[in-house]
Design a protein around this ligand. Structure first.
Ligand SMILES: [Zn+2]
Ligand SMILES: [Zn+2]
Length: 292
């Protein structure tokens, strides 16, 4: 009977340790996945858009030069048609970006002076990556990459796993200290100092997780929240209004399921749409789940 109890408690302990190790490995793998994933660069989006566009469009410049290639100047033909396609691609990209800004407003499309490319709304140039990032959140020094439209979800999961791991480590630590501390507490001073660091780290991670969860639910980015008054397209919008929010459920769906692509770029809301968002809630709105 005693042996049976010992075996069962031993098995529970081993399962507990295995689960802890599994979480540790998952957090480590998530770190590398997030660090290696693309945040969604504007240049990549433009190239994808142009590639899709050139399948359907054939420029007169390109046809003209193809004809000249038959007369022998192959090098000139390739270069010229390429530059022609490039300039055409750029102009069609500019047109496409312009559509993301409300028509008839004084809002001007920002052109990044470093990448020489028109930025869609919510994009920003990162000086560490030296590229424009779609739905720029921040540049994470710990991961060595930008956090943007393409990897924000992975980043959230990484913080979540780190927070869970930190909490579990803390519990294991406290359990160990309870059994090992006896008499002279100063002998375990290092252990206590380590526990204090762990608690501080846990509080930091938990606050970060809550902060990013809030951003997800309201469809905001860290950059937009911190620099709200300096961002052109957010100027004049009241503090409590989230212009890109489409309701909690749809914000969550977009965050979890949408991938970084042109189709997921968000256009700026028009004045009418903003007014509608500002409208106070009625009983009917509550019944029809307007907030979701
Ligand atoms: Zn740029
Ligand atoms: Zn960056």
């Amino acid at each position: 009977m005693r042996l049976q109890y010992f075996m069962s408690s031993r098995f529970t302990y081993l399962r507990y340790i295995a689960l802890y190790l599994l979480l540790f490995v998952a957090a480590l793998v998530q770190y590398f996945i997030t660090a290696g994933s693309s945040p969604g660069y504007v240049l990549d989006a433009m190239e994808t858009y142009n590639e899709a566009n050139t399948l359907f469009t054939r420029s007169p410049t390109a046809s003209k030069h193809t004809a000249s290639s038959k007369n022998g100047s192959l090098m000139g033909t390739v270069d010229n048609s390429h530059s022609g396609r490039n300039s055409l691609g750029r102009s069609s990209w500019s047109k496409m970006v312009l559509e993301f800004y409300p028509p008839g407003t004084s809002m001007r499309v920002l052109t990044c002076s470093y990448c020489n490319i028109e930025q869609p709304p919510r994009a920003k140039h990162c000086h560490d990556c030296d590229k424009c990032v779609l739905q720029f959140d921040h540049h994470c020094v710990w991961l060595g990459t930008c956090i943007g439209q393409g990897n924000h979800c992975r980043f959230w999961w990484y913080i979540f796993e780190e927070t869970a791991l930190c909490l579990w480590t803390g519990i294991l630590y406290i359990t160990y200290l309870k059994t090992s501390i006896s008499g002279a507490w100063w002998k375990d001073l290092i252990m206590i100092l380590l526990l204090i660091s762990l608690v501080i780290l846990f509080i930091f991670l938990l606050l970060l997780l809550l902060f990013h969860s809030y951003l997800v639910l309201t469809n905001q980015t860290t950059y937009e929240l911190v620099r709200r008054r300096r961002i052109q397209y957010l100027r004049g919008i009241p503090e409590g209004l989230f212009p890109f929010s489409k309701g909690v459920c749809r914000n969550l769906y977009r965050f979890c399921c949408a991938r970084s692509s042109i189709n997921n770029m968000e256009r700026l809301p028009t004045a009418l749409e903003l007014e509608e968002k500002l409208r106070p809630y009625t009983c009917l709105d509550v019944l029809t789940c307007r907030c979701c």
